[in-house]
Design a protein around this ligand. Structure first.
Ligand code: ADP
Length: 325
């Protein structure tokens, strides 16, 4: 299926040149990425991966070193104005002028974008982000969550088809996070293409149809969420045994398992293919007595390592079992 792209970048590269004291940083290393129109797309990666750099290039705030970018069909170099008008960026920082009301804030922003008075939709946008009843309150009286929603509203005044949210829920409590997710889903349902960056796997998992993973400026994966999760949906079950073992019992050989110590057995479980119940049953069948059982989730760092490993080892410190070519 060919679908026109909302955002398409090719060979996108950013080198921050170091000053006398700081070394240069290759923040983006030849990224090729296509984000389809109408999608809700997550750019996931740990701090320092290059996510903000990517967004800031699209927003025209950071100058790329090489490569090309098209936003809603407009080349960033040839049609910078059209390209920039096609996106609304919701920044990470919660800065809002405290002396203006949400309504005034939106009107001013619309003025900055040259939206004529009759085409402005300030009240409608405030309704979309559930700030209708705060339209005329001073912005300094808004709660943290309301301020974030006002920033979303501000990014929408020029009706961009794409909304980019940079870490929309960083430092936000669980309840508020759910509300913000709900808001983002509504905007998406209303037809806006959503791109968000996050370092929370859970956030990307909950919201996004497609997830791209970026690490050390490189794109290490870009897949539909369920495909990606099936790959990384691993959990470790750690069994402390009543009696030490010399070797893995025959009945458990089918599992991805190792003995960490004679009395500690670790089984790698892929939750999409095996249930915990099956494993417990097999362990029981093998006649083992369990003294204690604990589990550990795969964390994001493990995921990045897992995904980066097969492509190349050049970025990593070689471990004992890695042989340099
Ligand atoms: P993320 O948003 O994923 O946390 P960033 O894009 O902010 O990552 O940063 C990517 C890398 O580029 C980091 O190593 C960061 O220190 C570096 N970096 C970001 N902005 C600048 C800058 N203005 N000058 C120099 N280095 C920068």
């Amino acid at each position: 299926m060919t679908q026109e792209a909302a955002i398409e970048v090719t060979g996108l590269k950013k080198l921050y040149r170091g000053s006398g004291k700081t070394a240069p940083v290759l923040a983006l290393d030849s990224i090729d990425l296509t984000i389809p129109r109408g999608s809700i797309f997550g750019l996931l990666g740990p701090n320092g991966a290059g996510k903000s750099t990517f967004i800031n290039i699209l927003a025209g705030l950071v100058r790329k070193t090489a490569g090309s970018a098209e936003i809603w069909g407009f080349d960033l170099d040839k049609y910078p104005r059209n390209a920039r008008n096609s996106i609304g960026v919701v920044p990470q920082e919660l800065f809002i002028d405290p002396f203006f009301t949400p309504f005034e804030t939106l009107e001013m922003q619309a003025g900055l974008y040259g939206v004529p008075k009759r085409a402005r939709r300030s009240r409608e946008i405030l309704r979309m982000v559930q700030l209708e009843d705060k339209a005329d309150a001073y912005s300094r009286t808004l709660s943290g969550g309301m301020k974030r929603r006002l920033l979303v509203a501000k990014a929408m005044v020029h009706s961009p088809p794409i909304l980019i949210l940079d870490e929309p829920t960083a430092g936000v409590d669980v309840e508020l996070r759910q509300q913000l997710w709900e808001n983002i889903r509504k905007l998406h349902a209303a037809g806006t293409t959503i791109v968000l960056t996050t370092h929370y796997l859970e956030e990307a998992e909950n919201l996004c149809e497609t997830i791209a993973i970026i690490n050390h400026g490189q794109l290490v994966a870009c897949e539909p969420t369920e495909v990606l999760l099936a790959r990384i949906d691993e959990k470790e079950m750690i069994f402390d045994l009543a009696e030490p073992l010399d070797e893995v019992p025959a009945g458990l050989k089918g599992y991805n398992l190792h003995l960490e110590r004679p009395d500690r057995m670790v089984i790698q479980v892929n939750r999409s293919t095996t249930t915990v119940g099956e494993i417990l049953e097999s362990v029981h069948q093998a006649g083992l007595t369990i003294r204690d059982l604990s589990t550990s989730e795969t964390d994001l760092e493990d995921v990045f390592l897992q995904l980066t490993r097969p492509s190349s080892g050049e970025d990593q410190v070689p471990s004992d079992d890695q042989v340099d070519d």
